[in-house]
Design a protein around this ligand. Sequence first.
Ligand code: AMP
Length: 113
Amino acid sequence: MSCIFCRIIAGQAPAEVLYRDDRTIAFRDIHPVAPVHVLIVPIQHFDSLNSLSEEDEALAGHLLVVARRLAEELGVARSGYRLVINTGSEGGQTVFHLHLHLLAGRRMPFAGD
Ligand code: AMP
């Protein structure tokens, strides 16, 4: 299995897992760029957001709800946080398994920077 996130999901690679259910896993980013930096990842492998179809709308919504719950549990819901989905090489994607970044704990610059 070459996908690092699939290996984490399968328990074949280490991660600091904060949440897991039948559709989703969330773990801390190995190279955090903010005091809170969590990745919310579907169990099913999608290369990127480009691979998501209308049939996956419920899953896409679930990922957002999990992110919102994690923000509350990590104590950043009121202070604020940012969700990021990098897509494709020019979008900054480096791991080609769809994931949301949950970033918080510092002031974020303008999103276009
Ligand atoms: P992206 O650049 O949007 O594809 O984000 C990939 C993220 O995955 C980066 O922030 C990496 O630091 C993170 N990452 C890569 N490998 C691991 C790993 N083994 N455990 C946790 N995070 C990882």
